[in-house]
Design a protein around this ligand. Structure first.
Ligand SMILES: Cc1cc2nc3c(=O)[nH]c(=O)nc-3n(C[C@H](O)[C@H](O)[C@H](O)COP(=O)(O)OP(=O)(O)OC[C@H]3O[C@@H](n4cnc5c(N)ncnc54)[C@H](O)[C@@H]3O)c2cc1C
Length: 504
């Protein structure tokens, strides 16, 4: 089964966009790389909404590792011009709509139940929702073009370390083979393989967030903007068409993502509060039906929904939060999404994963012979990833506390946008960025932890008054002042932010 060689510098397991891009970067650094995928492309994958940070990193990887074609994927316009056949969607920003049980969606002239945060100025320059089956499969073709050995429908059975080399026992179509590599990178997107090969466990210990998801892809869902217009809800001061964004519906029990691709397919899913035991115990279909029954407009969106061929069913996850107890060991390291995950809220996954590729490629290009000095940077990488997950967890956990109180949700979520803008600003100024999302910024973290503790107290009150909400909002407004280049929480904004991209 192994045609060219069975000796490699680096073997990467998992050919999602992380495994393939890591392989391409390391290949261009001069390593002999092999990529092993358990499944077969094109395969379904969830995790589609990209961000300006992800785009910046794509551009940086493109120039640093001589992958010129990658640049085009960093904006909707250039993606469409260069690769119209690879499906994606326009993502102009983050949009949130609060729904109340038993009631159809309504709002007022101050957009009291809406929040729209633009991330780009035009469709041409916009971020994208990636149809992962298309994009990931395309990246595999690029690894093949780069002459990286790629084995799909292949599993690693055992890994034995001898004389600073791995002997990996692999199986494909009932045939086994052994491949040798100096280093092993786990990009399989969960901790399962690391547990099997290295006995490294994952757990949800210490996460503040407790959520699970229920999702699929659908054909021809109605456009949310059409529904708003039918209700005579004014959208004339919207920064963009909300269907061309990461569209969220905020419920009491959690939230919905609705990500539209330009072939009329939509990724639609619920992320639900796992502390709600009743929901937790329901089967996928019963839960899906229950939420539709409770929220009339969600029911309307889904009433004629036809499942897309891939994945072809509604998928229900276990608790989403997980973190491996170690991120590396002798001769191996795991990529960010394999190490841990919090929740899809704020779409941090793709950018956080890409920032991991940047770091790993840098670490290996500076330590080409895999000697002892490699392990210092890998330890630092582990610490950084840990801090990043902690920050994302804190930001997301605060949102789950506030989902029944949209004004609190609105105020709290501004902290995420402040972290993002600060990070973007640094990257735009070419300043060194050690932590994704400024997770190493002690001042911002102090503010956030303090505010989270106050939020905990407010949300534990029996009733939350208008004055409590005003006070909380004012507190955040004051605390973010030194970083607030985008006018977040300015009363005149009416929850419509036209451009939050970092100003230089
Ligand atoms: C419900 C949900 C929604 C999300 N939404 C978003 C979002 O909107 N925006 C965002 O930025 N992020 C989102 N994420 C996160 C996003 O999914 C991840 O950041 C992204 O998928 C990471 O890519 P990856 O290549 O590391 O892993 P994956 O995409 O999981 O790819 C891993 C690959 O490894 C293969 N594999 C698995 N086991 C083995 C094995 N033993 N041997 C070989 N190959 C193996 C798999 O078949 C797969 O092809 C979401 C995550 C979840 C769970």
């Amino acid at each position: 089964m192994l045609q060219s060689s069975n000796q490699y510098d680096i073997v990467i397991a998992g050919a999602g966009f992380v495994g393939t891009l890591t392989a391409l970067c390391l290949n261009n650094c001069g390593f002999k790389v092999c990529l092993i995928e358990k499944g077969k492309h094109p395969r379904f994958a969830i995790g589609e909404s990209s961000t300006p940070i992800a785009d910046m990193i794509l551009r940086s990887l493109s120039s640093k590792y001589n992958l010129p074609w990658l640049y085009d994927f960093s904006r909707y316009g250039s993606w469409q011009k260069s690769h119209p056949g690879i499906v994606c969607g326009i993502k102009r920003g983050f949009s949130y709509y609060k729904h109340y049980p038993g009631k159809t969606f309504s709002t007022d002239e101050n957009h009291i139940n809406e929040l729209l945060v633009a991330a780009s100025v035009s469709d041409e320059l916009s971020d994208t929702n990636w149809l992962r089956s298309d994009f990931d499969a395309f990246l595999v073709t690029k690894t093949k073009e780069a002459c990286i050995d790629y084995f799909e429908e292949t599993e690693i059975i055992t890994a034995t370390r001898e004389n600073k080399k791995w002997l990996l026992n692999i199986i494909h179509d009932y045939n086994t083979a052994v491949i040798q590599a100096s280093f092993f990178i786990d990009a399989t997107g969960s901790g399962i393989l690391a547990d099997k090969l290295f006995s490294v466990k994952s757990s949800a210990d210490n996460f503040l967030t407790n959520s699970f998801a229920l999702f699929s892809h659908f054909e021809n869902l109605p456009r949310w903007m059409d529904i708003l217009h039918k209700k005579n809800i004014a959208t004339n001061d919207y920064p963009y068409d909300a269907d061309n964004s990461a569209l969220h519906h905020v419920l009491d029990e959690g939230w919905i993502w609705q990500l539209r691709f330009n072939n009329d397919r939509t990724s639609f899913g619920f992320a639900l509060n796992g502390n709600n035991k009743e929901l937790q115990q329901m089967q996928a279909t019963a839960l899906w039906d229950e939420l539709r029954k409770k929220y009339p407009d969600i029911n309307f969106i889904l009433k004629d929904a036809k499942l897309s061929v891939q994945p072809g069913s509604i998928i229900r996850t276990a608790r989403l939060q997980r973190k491996m107890h170690n991120s590396f060991g002798e001769g191996w390291v795991a990529m960010p999404h394999t190490i841990g995950f919090v929740d899809p809220l704020f779409s941090t996954g793709i950018a956080y994963s890409l920032s991991g590729i940047e770091r790993i490629a840098e670490i290996f290009s500076a330590n080409k012979n895999f000697q002892e000095p490699l392990y210092g940077p890998l330890k630092e990488y582990e610490n950084i990833i840990s801090e990043e997950l902690k920050l994302i967890d804190l930001l997301v956990a605060g949102c789950y506390l506030t989902m029944q109180h949209f004004r609190l949700f609105n105020a709290w979520s501004m902290l995420y946008f402040i972290f993002t803008i600060s990070y973007e600003q640094k990257r735009l100024k070419n300043l060194p960025v050690k932590y994704f999302l400024e997770a190493g910024n002690d001042d911002l973290k102090k503010i956030t932890t303090l505010t989270y503790n106050e939020l905990l107290m407010i949300t534990q009150q029996e009733t939350i008054s208008q004055a409590d909400v005003d006070r909380f909002t004012n507190t955040i407004r004051e605390r973010i002042k030194p970083y607030n280049t985008a006018g977040l929480l300015e009363p005149s904004s009416n929850n419509m932010y036209h451009h939050t991209v970092a100003k230089l």
